[in-house]
Ligand binder design. Structure first.
Ligand SMILES: N[C@@H](CCC(=O)N[C@@H](CS)C(=O)NCC(=O)O)C(=O)O
Length: 219
């Protein structure tokens, strides 16, 4: 009898939420190995010495990287009309390109600011943080133009939106999206209303105290 896939994840982690959105979109039954559970961190370290999460174990396969987990789920557990990576190659390329945008130019600088706040004083990197904040400003401006004529980042709801949802969620907490970027705000609001992401946000509520910059009283 096939076993359920097992996800090593923490509810408050943005990359884990990216994978969870895909699992929830496709209504996949899975074993949630919460990294707060005893022994889960050690199991993760044995699977993946980088100890980064999420990691999905499915039969004899260990799938690293949130993007690859989303693709794996979409390939093997598609149960609804939703396709997170479109069949058509050019449409798939657009989706993957936008996924890279959200990962490299929204999440990476956002994490830089947060990780810096977790460092002891004296080994902080103010120059790097200023660069990260400038990158977020550039990303917001580009995205505002991009979203002017779109509902989702690349065609129908996709892998790119699985990435955008948690990354824009935390980016706004970390480095406020200016009110003038109405298209980005409207997109972030649409993402928050998507049931798959709303569920991930709700599951993470008990951990808001972990946010080192102080979670705002909203969302
Ligand atoms: N490139 C990885 C990044 C995953 C990642 O950075 N996860 C964070 C949690 S949001 C993490 O593992 N943090 C623990 C650490 O940095 O040691 C992916 O796309 O899955």
């Amino acid at each position: 009898m096939p076993t359920q896939p097992r996800l090593y994840a923490h509810p408050f982690s943005s990359y884990c939420q990216k994978a969870l959105v895909a699992l929830y979109e496709h209504d996949v039954a899975f074993d949630y190995r919460n990294l707060e559970d005893p022994g889960a961190q050690a199991e993760l370290a044995a699977l993946w010495p980088m100890r980064r999460f999420p990691v999905l174990v499915d039969d004899d396969r260990t799938i690293l990287e949130a993007t690859c987990i989303v693709e794996h789920v979409d390939l093997h557990y598609r149960s609804t009309v939703v396709r997170l990576v479109p069949e058509e190659p050019d449409a798939a390329l657009q989706v993957r390109m936008l996924d890279r945008f959200f990962d490299n130019y929204v999440s990476t600088p956002q994490q830089k600011v947060v990780f810096d706040a977790l460092r002891p004083e004296g080994v902080r990197d103010p120059h790097g943080v200023a660069e990260a904040r400038a990158m977020l400003d550039t990303a917001y401006a580009w995205l505002d133009q991009h979203m002017a004529s779109r509902e989702w980042a690349a065609g129908d709801f996709s892998l790119a939106d699985c990435a955008a949802a948690p990354f824009l969620f935390y980016a706004d907490w970390t480095h406020r999206i200016p009110d003038t970027f109405r298209n980005v705000h409207a997109y972030r609001t649409r993402l928050l209303a998507r049931p798959s992401f709303a569920r991930a946000v709700d599951e993470a509520r008990p951990f808001r105290g972990y946010f080192p910059l102080g979670a705002p009283d909203r969302d």
